[in-house]
Design a protein around this ligand. Sequence first.
Ligand SMILES: [Zn+2]
Length: 264
Amino acid sequence: MKKLLKRFILLATAVNIAFLCGCSSVPYTERSRLLLTSEQTENELGRQAWEKMLAEAQISTDKKHNAALLRVGKNIAAVSGKPEYRWEFRVFVSRQANAFCLPGGKVGATSSLFDFTANDAELATVVGHEISHALARHGGERMSHGLLQTIGSEAVSYATEEPMFVTAFGLVSNVAAILPYSRVHEYEADYIGLILMAKAGYYPRAAVSFWEKFGKNDNDQRLFELLSTHPMSKKRLDEMKTLIPKAREYYDQASPKRGFGEKL
Ligand SMILES: [Zn+2]
């Protein structure tokens, strides 16, 4: 009976928190979402994961790659509406082409990604998409769902003094790991990413040609990670094409206009 009561209190707490901080919507798409985590917590988890990566992963010393990521990343960060993020940009050595943005603005790209980006606009396509996952707080949303599931299951340890805290802490890996996002999150990151690259002055049409080019290389081992987390279907490309006119409106207002930017 005591156990049941405790479980009831836990669920009531979760529902309360959901009411308190769950009534928010994603920028640009206005989709309402459930968020049980605070942005501050997500950013702190992002920072911890970033520190761990800097300590453990091999950082690239390629001046051209690092300069390109910094240049493109800063331009996108400048139009993201997140001056409070502590933005950082690093290239990591890897045979896999990939990129990510941790909550709070820690942006990483791998050295192999540059084998596939012909210019700044193409790099902005990937970086803009990844930054959009962070802006839309998809990591926090994923943690929130995980948290609710855990609270609702028998898995919660009732002996723990602060189960919410412990559960959240156990989910650090969800923010840090580069796991496949849901279909909804992918579509949203494509949409917001196109708008961000356009606002930063990069030609949004470059995103379509870039992903089209990528999709054709699907048996290239270097693309395994990126294509497994971002499957390139005809449907996704078609949806992206329908978003171009909207992105174009932002591009028309952008200043300065960079077009395809520098050649890489
Ligand atoms: Zn994505």
